[in-house]
Design a protein around this ligand. Sequence first.
Ligand code: 5RP
Length: 232
Amino acid sequence: MDSLISTLEWSSPIINPAGKQKVAQQIAQKVKDGDVLGVGSGSTVYMALLAISERIKTEGLNVLAIPTSIEISMFCSKLGIPLTTLFEHTPNWLFDGADEVDPNNGLIKGRGGAMFKEKLLISSSPLNYIIVDDSKLVPKLGTNFPVPIEVFAQALLHVEAELKKLGANSIVLRPAKGKDGPVITENGNLILDCYFKEMNNGLEKNIKAITGVIESGLFIGYDLQIITAENN
Ligand code: 5RP
């Protein structure tokens, strides 16, 4: 009988597949034999993994992947892409998707709840490509998506009060699908989805400074190469 890994499919319908396919192909062309890749999360990353696995098969490339989520780990296994960890390797480069990209390359990430590991990998990698279809380009962060914030459960009310002081005007405890109650992250924490009155340059650091905040999905001032379906 086939295993759950060998029959694994992407867990939800893929939005804007044509744009995602375009950037997935672009990223697959950058892979070189011997690369250690930081691999982000989301459907765009999944499509890039499919394209990379084709090159691995046809060209016999040796590549290692450091994944940012269980879902992506399982797809790497399905596609025959060996996994490693930050204990053994530093990525040569990384690719990841995003929910929003502003004109200064600021990002909101974390629709999939993997922003802590995504930020850890981006911070650990010397070269980072963000691959997005054009629907992700926004004039201002917070246009279509809230800022997700991963929070230690017992710190919930303290974090809520501090976020209000930082100008949060909407704070929602992310509900689970397929389980009663809230989403529990892969690190055992909760997620708050927040909108702020003002998204200033200090906001990411101010959120992180709250005791009980593990990480936010706000990326401001990072050195990122943005690949869009439009400009490539
Ligand atoms: C997950 C993320 C994803 O990269 C982001 O949500 C984009 O996903 P998709 O490629 O499916 O649109 O940050 O935490």
